[in-house]
Design a binder for this molecule. Structure first.
Ligand code: ATP
Length: 678
């Protein structure tokens, strides 16, 4: 529990209240009835309330709680006189009596003055001050007076001619309650024989009650004050007022007489108050215990509500944690073969928790829950009531009343077995090598793939191949179905190109993060690891365009004179010169131009565009396909130092590509020579 100032303040108030009640119960010694009734009621009500709470008997609890208020009112009415006296006895408090005690002071002065006057005239008197113990037993058998205390009235009561002079006067608060009261005689053996009945009666009452009794001797005129079974004799007339005040101030420790306190009168009220604080420690400890107990009772009883958001997290098998964790609704599945189809792991669930303040204080800002799923839930949707979930934080807390913020107030939980499927993804599944977001379409620095001259490069999708093999995916039925339909939901892991990877690379496939986040895929497991194997090539660029003459070539040497004869073609064709990895975009433009010119020069001198006469013969009179001779490996040896090591790179190339519209030429047969006909 939090010991904040509010809590401490409330406990203090309850402790003071308990102390007042306990003091009250103690003071009504003469009325054991009220104590008995109060204690019996507390025990009975407390027990009933406890049992009702424990067993959840809400109707009984309701009635007991309701009746408690009535019981207090009825008690107050029935015991009104006792309560009144009890409340008045609070005036004994030295500070309070200072505030409200001016009357008390007058009473004492009046009594003291009457006693002194009677002592001087040797008139016998016996006056008892009622304090906390009611003196009813003695007033009831005496003459009721009920007059304001007054020295002359006292004097005349004890006048020998007075009908009331025999017996004692009893003073209650500021009034003479009775006169002619017969007090109990002390049976103290140690009293001298000479002590007469008046003085024995004075001592006797002081033994049985907390009353302060003054006796004036008819014989000697001496004044005696009795309290707590002790007799102080020969009280000086001048000091009687002070002695009485000190006795009636409630300070039992004051001993009249030799120490001269009478001269000073009484203690300072603040001192008395402070002494009062440490006096009677047993009762104060009990008051504190009652105060703390009442506070805890209220703290545990007052129920409040609080809103929490919990994240669903799934665990399975024996490793699952079975105690609640802050902010998490843990759903524990019986085995790893199962998965939670709904709610999905990561979902948020809103709940309202209503509980005793004490319990919510334990929970603090975050609540957690554990739901244990059994095998028979598989394949069926079960509506879980909040009561079936163990709520708490770090440990279960009983009695939390939780409402789920879902229509119907329950959590619909569906558990499925994992599904399995084999898929064989193709490159097309990934949108080729240039799919947006795919790491494969990033331009690759030539330096990273072993070409010294930095050049732009892109993935040649034609050269990308998959590792052979089929991938088995395993997961929730719907996810597996989605993946089978659209393997592109598998994504590439980022490629980290390094010199050691050269132009080849291997990429692992994983479920696509965006697809996961878009909830297209939940928890897919790959049966085997799936790899993509690819090769990186520098980007191909066009160096220039050439008009080339077409030559006639016969590859069939054995044909000799038998070969068909054609006239050399009169047409030319357009060819594009294309390179990879030879001219980088990054270098100086004039240098690029020089390099281009060198390449074009080389191609003009070495390129061969030809028609194979053997093949052309097969289609006489038609347009015939033109072919291009290979420039490789000739160009690697022939290009000058400008091209440096770039031309040694296996990824670099130089090739000739004919214009699509210009790939054929018309051939005409040569006229037959005479000699041949013969
Ligand atoms: N039980 C009693 N309750 C009240 N007053 C009593 C009681 N017994 C005696 N008295 C009073 O005491 C008077 C008798 O006093 P007695 O002489 O026996 O006692 P004492 O102690 O010697 O007093 P004193 O010194 O005044 O003579 C009675 O007249 C009566 O007023």
């Amino acid at each position: 529990m939090l010991l904040d100032p509010k809590t401490i303040g409330q406990i203090l108030v309850l402790t003071v209240g308990s102390h007042i009640v306990l003091s009250f119960l103690r003071t009504t010694r003469g009325s054991g009835l009220i104590r008995g009734v109060v204690i019996a009621l507390i025990v009975v009500f407390g027990a009933l309330l406890g049992v009702a709470r424990w067993l959840g008997l809400s109707e009984l609890q309701f009635i007991v709680e309701g009746v408690t208020g009535f019981a207090v009112v009825i008690l107050a009415i029935v015991f009104q006189p006792e309560l009144r006296r009890g409340i008045i006895s609070l005036g004994d408090n030295p500070l309070l009596s200072r505030v409200i005690g001016s009357r008390a002071k007058d009473v004492v002065d009046e009594v003291a003055s009457a006693c002194v006057s009677m002592a001087k005239r040797k008139r016998g008197a016996l006056i008892a001050f009622e304090r906390q113990t009611p003196l009813d037993p003695w007033t009831q058998t005496a003459q009721r007076v009920d007059a304001r205390v007054n020295r002359f009235l006292l004097d005349s009561i004890f006048h020998t001619d007075s009908a009331l002079h025999d017996g004692a006067v009893i003073i209650r608060e500021d009034r003479i309650a009775a006169a002619g009261a017969i007090l109990p005689l002390s049976e103290n053996d140690r009293l001298a024989q000479s002590v007469g009945t008046r003085h024995r009666a004075a001592l006797g009452l002081s033994e049985e009650t907390d009353a302060v009794v003054v006796a004036v001797s008819e014989e000697t005129g001496l004044i005696t004050v009795c309290q707590n079974g002790k007799m102080e004799r020969r009280v000086l007339r001048d000091e009687l007022g002070a002695v009485l005040r000190s006795r009636l101030g409630g300070d039992d420790d004051v001993k009249a007489g030799k120490d001269g306190r009478h001269a000073g009168g009484r203690f300072h009220p603040v001192m008395k108050f402070l002494k009062g604080l440490i006096a009677n420690p047993g009762q104060k400890a009990m008051a504190l215990a009652v105060g703390v107990g009442l506070f805890l009772l209220a703290f545990r009883s007052i129920r409040t509500s609080k809103e929490y958001t919990l994240e669903v997290r799934v665990e399975a098998g024996e490793d699952a944690k079975l105690t609640p964790t802050r902010g998490i609704l843990r759903i524990v599945l019986p085995s790893r073969d199962l998965h939670l189809a709904s709610p999905r792991s990561g979902d948020s669930i809103m709940i309202d928790a209503t509980a005793a303040q004490a319990d919510l204080a334990l929970v603090g800002g975050e609540l957690g829950g554990v739901l244990i799923v059994t095998d028979d839930w598989v394949g069926t949707e079960k509506n879980v009531r909040p009561g079936e979930i163990t709520w708490g934080v770090d440990r279960p807390i009983r009695g939390l009343d939780v409402d789920l913020r879902t229509p119907g107030g329950f959590l619909a939980v569906r558990v499925e077995r994992y599904d399995e499927s084999a898929i064989s993804p193709t490159l097309a599944s990934f949108g080729g090598g240039t799919a947006a977001g795919s790491p494969l379409d990033s331009p690759v620095e030539a330096s990273l793939i072993g070409i010294q001259t930095p050049i732009g490069a892109e993935l040649d999708t034609a050269s990308v191949e998959f590792n052979p093999g089929v991938v088995t995916v395993r997961g929730p039925k719907e996810d597996v179905a989605r993946l089978t339909e659209n393997p592109a939901l598998l994504a590439f892991e980022p490629i980290d190109l390094s010199r050691s990877t050269g132009t080849g690379f291997v990429v692992r496939l994983v479920p696509d993060r965006e697809a996961m986040e878009a909830r297209q895929l939940g928890e897919v497991m790959l049966g085997e690891e799936l790899f993509l194997r690819g090769r990186l090539l520098p980007r191909e660029t066009v160096v220039g365009q050439l008009e080339l003459e077409v030559a006639l070539v016969s590859f069939d040497a054995a044909a000799g004179d038998a070969a068909p004869r054609f006239l050399p073609p009169t047409e030319t064709v357009t060819a594009f010169v294309k390179t990879r990895g030879l001219i980088s975009d990054g270098i100086d433009e004039s240098l690029q131009t020089t390099m281009r010119l060198e390449i074009l020069q080389f191609v003009r001198e070495n390129a061969r565009v030809f028609v194979d006469t053997e093949r052309a013969a097969a289609s006489p009179g038609l347009r015939t396909e033109v072919e291009v001779g290979s420039l490789d490996p000739l160009w690697r040896a022939s290009l000058g130092p400008l091209f440096g090591a770039a031309k040694e790179n296996p990824g670099a190339s130089l090739r000739l590509e004919l214009d699509e519209s210009d790939r054929t030429v018309a051939l005409t047969r040569a006229p037959e020579e005479k000699g041949q006909d013969e």
